[in-house]
Design a protein around this ligand. Structure first.
Ligand code: PRT
Ligand code: ZN
Length: 255
């Protein structure tokens, strides 16, 4: 606490001075006021964590915070919700916006799928893999095609919501294809002749099967990750270290 206090503009020594040199060592109104001011300022430091507002990662992100002993009030849903018992505030966003929000400093850390981090190419670091939201980004083609190897994709039209990761993969493998960007229901593209193949998230594989597609190349294995940057203040770094420690304990208990 003393380290936190002395980082502020008025030093702890000012409080100690007023405390002991005025009023014969008894606390006076000035020192009490200063101490209260410090306490409020110190308590005001909050680590802002961005999580998905709804969708596949929402429940498990909230459960991880809850299991880490961090109580997020329910009820009226607002964009920014402070925890009841820990210096963390939760910023609810669409998953697509989380990497950018952390890179720009709007949030200090965020929980998001590795697939989104890779696609958005933001300058953020992976602080921890969280072990939920597991899936993979794969290339899939109609079931009746006799597939030999990835050169099949040369000159083909591939529908995807992940053009960045796909073009990197194709480039590294010397394949030139036509990438067709669509958001949502990518899996129906080959059936309606919009594309020859798709590059999309696969989890159980049942969406592919029900669209008469087969997975032929796995490009990226993904899961939910905690992201952050180096430009975090020392006060927030302390809170983050405690948060990481609690996440580790939850994971150790689950194993
Ligand atoms: O509204 P917002 O933009 O926040 O959410 P969103 O709709 O973009 O994302 P959402 O909630 O669908 O997924 C969030 C994250 O969950 C993804 O970025 C992945 O990291 C992770 N995840 C894990 C998945 C899946 N599993 C998954 N199965 N995301 C999507 N799917 C979809 C996939 O797109 C396909 O349509 O599920 C289908 C395939 O599932 P299977 O089980 O049939 O193979
Ligand atoms: Zn999204």
């Amino acid at each position: 606490i003393i380290i936190f206090l002395t980082n502020n503009s008025v030093g702890i020594d000012d409080i100690v001075y007023t405390l002991y040199n005025d009023n014969k060592g008894l606390p006076n109104t000035v020192s009490l006021f200063l101490f209260g001011f410090y306490l409020l300022k110190t308590l005001g430091v909050m680590l802002r964590i961005a999580i998905q507002s709804k969708g596949r990662l929402y429940e498990e992100s909230m459960a991880l915070l809850e299991e880490s002993g961090i109580k997020i009030p329910g009820g009226k849903r607002t964009l920014l919700v402070p925890a009841r018992n820990f210096p963390v505030e939760v910023l609810f966003l669409r998953d697509d916006d989380i990497p950018e929000s952390v890179a720009s400093g709007v949030a200090d850390v965020g929980i998001v799928g590795l697939n989104e981090v890779m696609e958005k190419c933001c300058p953020v670091g992976i602080l921890k893999k969280l072990g939920f939201g597991k899936c993979r980004l794969s290339l899939a083609i109609p079931q009746d095609i006799d597939y030999q190897d990835r050169n099949w994709f040369s000159g083909k039209k591939i529908a995807t919501s992940y053009p960045g990761i796909l073009s990197d993969y194709l480039h590294k493998n010397g394949i030139v294809s036509d990438i067709h960007v669509i958001t949502g229901s990518v899996e129906i593209a080959p059936g309606i002749r919009l594309a020859d193949a798709i590059f999309d998230i696969v989890s159980s594989g049942s969406t592919l099967v029900s669209n008469r597609l087969k997975e032929v190349e796995t490009v990226v294995e993904s899961e939910a990750v905690l992201i952050g940057t180096d430009s975090i203040s020392p006060e927030k770094r302390g809170i983050l270290d405690e948060l990481l420690f609690r996440f580790d304990s939850v994971q150790a208990a689950d194993d």
